[in-house]
Write a protein that binds this ligand. Structure first.
Ligand code: CA
Length: 218
């Protein structure tokens, strides 16, 4: 899952990036509304953390412009403390959730997790495919009740496929959602990750759909 953070305060931006990467997300950042708006228009994100007070273009204008263009990725806005009018305006402009500054990073992570889950049509925090279970809260994966250790990239790939169970996902889509912008993207590595996941969780977990991509069945 890939997240965009648009925040002008350098320390907070760095800290958010570290925190979300630590939680298993691929993360891009933008320091102002202009760059952030551009990234949101041109790249693919599973969720966006959008500060409202931004240089160049303010957060609300960025959000309105995306929504007017039909972009539907979940957006969580960061508002000033106790500003109920910011919250109302943000939600009306198309935000899916909000968080007031200052906030605990655990709460941000939990809210993003819920937004991503809902956007992909999953009601539960635990995703299930056959005897494989992935707990999006703890990042733990089990097969027939036994814990399975995955690397960070294997987990990102499996998590994306489990969020989109039953749908064919192309290699390009996987690359867009498991790597950040700066990552050296090589589509061959996707095949390598899939092979490793099959070794750990059984060959039947991920089907290759020739010429189209991969699919994970329930
Ligand atoms: Ca700000």
């Amino acid at each position: 899952m890939r997240i965009l953070i648009i925040e002008d305060e350098p320390n907070l931006r760095r800290q958010l990036k570290r925190t979300l990467e630590g939680a298993g997300y691929a993360v891009d950042t933008a320091p102002d509304g202009e760059e952030g708006q551009f990234l949101g228009e041109t790249e693919t994100y599973d969720a966006v953390v959008l500060d409202l007070g931004l240089p160049e273009i303010d957060g609300l204008s960025v959000l309105r412009s995306w929504r007017a263009a039909g972009q539907r990725m979940p957006v969580l806005v960061l508002t000033a403390r106790d500003s109920w009018s910011d919250k109302v305006t943000g939600l009306d402009a198309g935000a899916d959730d909000y968080l007031s500054k200052p906030f605990q990073s655990e709460e941000l992570i939990a809210r993003l997790r819920a937004l991503i889950r809902r956007a992909s049509g999953n009601a539960s925090a635990e995703l299930v495919a056959g005897d494989v279970r992935l707990d999006t809260r703890s990042g733990r994966v089990t097969k027939a009740g036994e814990p399975v250790k995955l690397t960070a990239q294997e987990y990102k790939l499996l998590s994306y496929l489990m969020h989109h169970k039953g749908r064919v996902v192309s290699r390009t889509e996987l690359i867009e959602h498991i790597y950040d912008q700066d990552f050296d993207r090589d589509s061959n590595t996707i095949e390598v990750f899939v092979t490793r996941i099959r070794k750990k969780l059984g060959p039947e977990i991920i089907s290759t759909i020739r010429g189209l991509g991969y699919s994970l069945e329930g």
